[in-house]
Design a protein around this ligand. Sequence first.
Ligand SMILES: [Zn+2]
Length: 151
Amino acid sequence: MFHRIRRRRTDQVIIAIQQQAGITAWLAVQVPPVDSCQPTAADMGPATGPTATADDFLPPDLRVPSHDQLEGRMMPRPQPLVIEDEVVVCAECGEYRDWLILSTRAEIWLRCRAGHQQVEPRLDTAWYNRAAGPADATHASFEDCLRHLGH
Ligand SMILES: [Zn+2]
């Protein structure tokens, strides 16, 4: 019985984390739109079978950009971030909450409300992927993404 209660509590914690991370945004800076990445018929050479000319993939507006098309991802973190029993503090202004957590080029950056950014080497992309929910939007620029998240 205790196991069941413990498991239920763990599930609730995971759901709470997913809900809180639900407003994840992706940013695609200086990345060609999905359409221009698709090989053209000329690139593919002469048609060799029915699949060579079939265009039955999802319409462009329903496609999700792949990792190599994204410059990075970010998610809000309103509450303090504790790593190794230490509350992370902005090195410039001392703020300790209301972060944006950015995952870009295999690094994790923290951005405070004042716009100061610092790399957080104790976190990695795997941590980000566990903590973040699915992306709810893709933006053409870093600034658009910041605006989307109210920064
Ligand atoms: Zn700051």
